[in-house]
Design a protein. Structure first.
Length: 255
């Protein structure tokens, strides 16, 4: 089995830093780099591109809402066509930094509360993916296997990969449990390893209710701001390799 180990990186601003980007970069195979709206800035973005290139990690634009204060995790009432322009702005900025650094963006997606916004208004995700494809027809979009985003990405001919979360709880419909609810973020190492072993074995995660939910996914994400993120990423990588699998970039898995 081939699995992409993915993480959101570069989520700082100026002298403020969120996760241990350098340690995670040595463990993962693809990185979603914050592009300056919910987090990140030109210096951090450049450093992330350089580190990714040094470690052979695929890079993607992690485009967020224009909301540094809320870290992009607060839904906004914004015109979908205006949001589309913000998405292109961020993708273009990271692409320019990568190009000058001799590297290339391979994937792109939205951050945080945009998932909630996408579910309520499909125009948000449609316009975002439309502009991603217009920018680069070979860009990959990794998203929830049972969500509308992946369905629409396939419809317009984008390359796709199903994505699951090692450190987040699911409900019976395969949706992420809201971060405000108890148990939504999973930090217990034994539970993480058990969940990943189960997923690698039969492609399922156990929802909070106890129901097993099937996911057609090859990308496993660990949030860099989850407590113990480096240990979680290490555990995921070890579980994959112990089972005879291999950690590879998204580019080897997309179809």
């Amino acid at each position: 089995m081939k699995i992409d180990l993915n993480s959101d990186l570069g989520e700082g601003f100026g002298r403020w830093k969120m996760g241990d980007d350098e340690a995670l970069m040595k463990l993962i195979s693809s990185a979603n780099i914050a592009c300056g709206f919910h987090a990140g800035d030109a210096v951090i973005m450049t450093r992330m591109v350089e580190a990714a290139k040094e470690n052979g990690v695929a890079i993607g634009a992690h485009c967020g809402l224009p909301d540094l204060l809320g870290f992009g995790r607060v839904p906004m009432e914004i015109n979908p066509r205006d949001l589309q322009k913000h998405m292109l702005y961020q993708l273009g900025a990271l692409s320019a930094i990568a190009q000058v650094g001799g590297y290339k963006i391979t994937h792109a997606g939205g951050h945080g509360a945009m998932g909630t916004m996408f579910a309520k208004n499909h125009e948000y995700v449609e316009l975002m993916l439309d502009v991603f494809k217009a920018f680069d027809k070979d860009l990959i979009h990794a998203a929830a296997p049972n969500g509308y985003a992946l369905t629409y990405a396939k419809k317009i001919g984008m390359r796709t990969v199903g994505k699951v979360f090692a450190d987040r709880a699911y409900d019976d419909e395969g949706r992420l449990v809201n971060r405000r609810l108890p148990g939504a973020v999973i930090t217990d190492m034994q539970e993480v390893v058990s969940r990943i072993d189960q997923f690698l074995n039969d492609g399922t995660f156990t929802a909070q209710s106890g129901k097993r939910v099937k996911f057609d996914a090859k990308c496993v994400l660990v949030h860099s701001d989850t407590p113990g993120a480096v240990d979680i990423a290490t555990a995921v990588r070890q579980a994959v390799e112990k089972g005879g699998g291999k950690i590879v970039p998204l580019t080897e898995l997309a179809n």
